[in-house]
Design a protein around this ligand. Structure first.
Ligand SMILES: *Cc1c(COP(=O)(O)O)cnc(C)c1O
Length: 231
């Protein structure tokens, strides 16, 4: 299967899931998670008009961005944990950082952006599955975290990100996504920040259809599009 076939196949599945959920298919953005895959794969998808790409490491992001500069409409996302000593390496061209998972990072990120006269769009990562090996804020802390985070002038808090349990139990996955959907509704209704768009980044190759059912606006798909990752 070629990349363009894989992309068409996924787009069909997105459309079907949207119909089933009674949502317009434009309400879901497909982010191609190109981590570990060669930049040629990104170029091939960019060539046929795909726009959103994600990496989980800054080094790989900084390698691929310059190599795809002939496609100025690309939007790059960082979906992995950010070490505070790497803040200085964040690319200017970053569209959205999905994994703001601690307030100490928010403070440092804000200070760095202010110092450089910049701002950054971010999502708050929620550990809704409450797994100890996952990062993210606890659901019960989210409202107060949000109220703190929106006071950092260089951080534009646009929405939430989560990862469900790695399980085949669809009901369990659905419950996790639903909890984050409801948190997102609460934050939207607070109406405290003009930057809060209620973006909801949830769903990967194995669970994106459930995520669409539960209101995801951004789905992050790697292996289903590019193939199995070696590492
Ligand atoms: C790798 C990764 C994905 C994509 O996972 P697939 O199962 O390959 O679709 C999505 N989100 C995050 C945070 C990731 O690190």
């Amino acid at each position: 299967m070629s990349l363009s076939n894989n992309l068409a196949h996924i787009q069909e599945k997105i459309e079907t899931a949207c119909k089933k959920a009674n949502r317009p298919s434009e309400s879901v953005q497909l982010i191609a998670v190109s981590k570990t895959f060669p930049v040629q794969d990104v170029q091939a998808l960019a060539q046929i008009g795909h726009v959103d790409f994600a990496e989980n490491r800054i080094a790989e992001l900084n390698k691929k961005i310059p190599e795809t500069q002939i496609y100025p409409s690309l939007r790059w996302h960082l979906i992995g944990t950010l070490q505070s000593n790497k803040i200085k390496d964040l690319p200017d061209a970053l569209f959205l950082f999905h994994a703001l998972d601690r307030l100490s990072l928010a403070e440092k990120l804000n200070a760095h952006m202010l110092q450089n006269d910049k701002s950054i769009q971010v999502l708050l990562q929620v550990n809704a599955s409450r797994e100890i090996n996952k990062s993210g804020f606890r659901p019960e802390d989210l409202l107060s975290v949000y109220e703190t985070a929106i006071r950092y002038p260089a951080l534009k808090i646009c929405g939430l990100m989560t990862m469900a349990e790695n399980t085949t139990d669809a009901a369990k996955i659905g419950n996790t996504f639903r909890e984050v959907f409801e948190l997102n509704e609460k934050l939207k209704n607070q109406n405290l920040s003009p930057h809060y768009h209620g973006w909801l980044s949830m769903g990967m190759s194995h669970d994106f259809e459930i995520a669409i059912q539960e209101g995801a606006t951004h789905i992050r798909i790697g292996s289903l599009l590019f193939g199995k990752r070696g590492i």
